[in-house]
Design a protein around this ligand. Sequence first.
Ligand code: NAD
Length: 497
Amino acid sequence: MSAQLAPAVRGLLSPSVLSWLDKPTLGPFIDGSWRTARSDTLIDVIDPGTGLPVTAYAASSAEDVSDAVAAARRAFDDGRWSEQDPEAREQTLRHLADLLEKDAEVVAQLEALDTGKPLAEARLDIDEAIAVLRYYAGWATKVEGTVIPAPRRFFATSTREAIGVCAAITPWNYPLPILMYKLAPALAFGNTFVAKPSEQTVLSTAYFAQLCATAGIPDGVVNLVPGAGATGAALTATQGIDKIAFTGSTRTGQAVMRAAADTLTRVSLELGGKSPQLVFSDADLDAAIDGVMGGIWTNAGQVCVAGSRLIIDRRVHDEFVAELVSRTRRLNLGHGLAPATNLGPLVSAAQRDHVVSLVDQAVAAGANVEITAELPDDRGFFVAPTVVTGARPGQSIEQEEVFGPVLTVLPFDDEDHAIQLANGTDYGLASAVWSGSAARVHRVSRRLRAGTVWANTYGVFHPTLPFGGVKASGFGRELGSAAVDHYTELKTTVIDL
Ligand code: NAD
């Protein structure tokens, strides 16, 4: 790949990261080895903290994609993985998790460099990926079938089998955890896999593909096709895939679903969000301020479950917002690898420009905007944490997914009004209720149209907790036992006695 890092950034990276970046140009990983891409398209890996290119990799062509799917198909059909004893698959996946844990700091630094997120957040991402891998390793030996009380003349069973070749198309905000939500259950149940990470954040997925080979996962079971939308589109158009798991924007999710109709491939879609945090005046307001801040400033707001709409009791609106702004001013905006940073840049210049334009539109429409920080003095893709008040319900800043550090505040007059505002977008991914009344928490939770409701907390993810959306936020649930349905197929066997 041949790294061309800014000297100050080079000094923050470990020798192992530098030597990984200095490898020859990265391309597709197919059948257990790195291939030269059958395309001339090189994609730059940009450091969002400096705006400078770090290295480049070769985008996979439609032929590369076809080779990867064919390799995964062969690996599935000859049973080199699916017909191993479940216990053997469990051991291999645990070994893979151990290898990832051993290299966790290397992968975290790659992730922070690639996404721009603070290193402390990247470390948590890698911890989460390891936990998800271990959790599903355990599932390999836990899925059982049933004996069905069919007419007594027959002995009928229902058993679960791997479904075949699974493809994952993933976004740039949490590259390794989101890959793992898909790859870990797919592999645990004996499927084979083709990964298409975001063109903007390929490094951690590439490092992980190499670890899969080291862990003893048979060749062809895990394949990687780095590239942009064209590579993703080629993947969704390729015959021979049994399931596509997509995480990304609602618009791309629609394109994936349309393409999957032609190949009759099942899909699960984890899409965008515009998640509300409802703060009632009977809440612990001090805790709620921290919760709202965590919900929107984490990963600079580039979070599918970003709590980007604060819906708050009008009676506490002013004091709450004033304190939130004052605490936000204490955050350190900077390069993700710099030790003092707790808020990084956005992933790209395009994303920064998109966020700034949405804020500008809100101002033009009469909203008040509080910018809480000076931008660091360099060329990174920074946006200061921004609090928007006085926006009208229905305005684009209140309806569209900003995917940046922008919090829109809407006051409510009573519980019904709060719920009406909360449910008043196309999305339905996550939500939160902050209240000291258990009855209110239950009452409001029931009426929120969202895949997840957190109460008096925000952003709790765990391998055991099913996650996904409703409405324009997609369908299907990842994590927890829900993944069993995604990555296995039921077989009914009927024996005439
Ligand atoms: P995106 O939709 O632009 O891209 C996602 C992936 O799709 C990338 O790998 C991209 O290369 C690929 N792609 C682009 N065009 C394609 C096509 N025509 N066919 C197939 N693949 C194609 O999303 P993004 O900007 O990378 O990520 C941000 C979005 O992801 C936000 O909307 C965010 O809410 C969403 N997201 C959702 C979740 C969730 O779990 N619900 C989690 C993280 C991010």
